[in-house]
Design a binder for this molecule. Structure first.
Ligand SMILES: *Cc1c(COP(=O)(O)O)cnc(C)c1O
Length: 375
């Protein structure tokens, strides 16, 4: 995270906190007074409310992070060594960390140049005997077209696990992301649309057997106290985070509306030379990130820095080209679209509490760059 001490920071949770301060601080005090800090009534309450917010009958299982949510989901489906999981190379590293945590092999699929999301036709070409899971990433708060993806999964007998870390609140044809596949995995990292005050994550499923398995997996595999029914891990959402999240969840629609409004202001204020990311038809995005595409990105960055404006690049290097994943054996040129996008994308500040004046400053800075460099 970039430091928030700029004219326009990339992210700052404090204006959001100020809005709900009393309710959040009361909730925190109540937890501390309650005598229960792990897997108690607040986690239950939040899980119930979160599942309700998705408007799909099912169960939510709170875990320690978004990364763990993905790993626990894969493990619950029996995915492990020798299995292949199809995902995209332009995602956040944790998508791939989670696949590796269960010992499976990430197999990458290039992305659509307009939406930056998984190219489903190319996914079909990468399916092998070992493929077990399609793992679409709803990047930037946009939604992967789930109809063709589910159709592909059904045709090949594959599981679908959705990475919804950036899409809490996103709907596709009115249906929440995370409810299309067998398991939807969410993150409550502080910068996400529903951010905790530390780490947190959640798995959603409509299948109660899977939910039960994931509840055991997060707690050393225990069904009954101190008896492991299976081999598990330690990854729990704690009572303090759950209580905070429960307060913030009650205001999620407001938060989403604030993000939507900022995106609208950017759409209206961006100079015409600036290319935006295409939103999947039928999607109501959560606007986790507002992303633009530019050539001459270094010049734009200089301009933003000069104007005291924060920015992000999500992400600067596709995972198949990172030193830590050299062992997967990929090379430059394997995923040309993801590689080109990595050099052109830039995320602008987009979080509740950002003022219209600040958005205007960003637009002006980008326009100044565009006039000079993209004329
Ligand atoms: C944030 C993020 C994650 C991981 O979430 P954590 O809570 O940080 O573990 C996974 N996938 C994507 C796409 C993310 O943006």
């Amino acid at each position: 995270m970039t430091p928030p001490e700029l004219v326009v920071p990339m992210f700052d949770y404090r204006p959001g906190h100020a809005r709900y301060r009393d309710a959040i601080e009361t909730a925190m005090r109540d937890v501390i007074a309650s005598g229960l800090l792990i897997l108690g009534p607040r986690v239950n309450s939040f899980e119930g409310h979160f599942a309700e917010s998705l408007r799909m009958p099912g169960q939510a299982v709170g875990v320690g992070s978004g990364t763990d949510a993905l790993a626990i989901a894969l493990r619950a489906l029996g995915v492990g060594t020798g299995d292949e999981v199809l995902t995209v190379p332009n995602t956040a590293i944790p998508t791939v960390s989670a696949i590796r945590m269960v010992g499976a092999r990430p197999v990458f699929v290039d992305v659509d140049p307009d939406s930056c999301l998984m190219d489903i036709d190319q996914a079909a070409e990468r399916i092998t005997r070992r493929t077990r899971v399609l793992l679409p990433v709803h990047l930037f708060g946009n939604a992967v077209p789930m109809e063709p993806l589910l159709e592909l999964a059904t045709r090949h007998g594959l599981h679908v696990v959705e990475d919804c870390a950036q899409s809490t609140g996103t709907r596709l044809a009115g249906q929440a992301t995370g409810t299309f596949g067998r398991i939807g995995c969410f993150s409550f990292y502080p910068t996400k649309t529903l951010g905790a005050y530390g780490d947190g994550g959640l798995c959603f499923t409509t299948e109660s057997r899977l939910a039960e398995t994931m509840r055991q997996l997060r707690m050393y595999g225990c069904g009954r106290t101190y008896v492991a029914e299976r081999e598990g891990v330690c990854s729990r959402l704690d009572e303090l985070q759950a209580a905070i999240l429960d307060v913030k969840l009650a205001h999620l629609e407001e938060t989403l509306a604030a993000r939507r409004e900022i995106a609208r202001q950017y759409d209206a204020g961006m100079p015409t030379q600036i290319q935006r990311i295409a939103v999947t038809p039928g999607t109501d995005p959560a606007w986790q990130l507002y992303v633009i595409r530019v050539t001459r990105r270094e010049a734009l960055i200089s301009q933003l820095q000069e104007d005291g404006i924060g920015y992000g690049i999500h992400y600067p290097v596709p995972i198949h080209l990172m030193p830590g994943y050299e062992f997967l054996g990929y090379r430059v040129g394997d995923f040309p679209v993801a590689e080109r996008l990595a050099g052109e994308i830039l995320s602008l500040p987009c979080f509740p509490g950002l003022t219209p004046e600040q958005v205007q400053l960003v637009c002006r800075s980008v326009a100044y760059f565009a006039d000079r460099e993209l004329a």
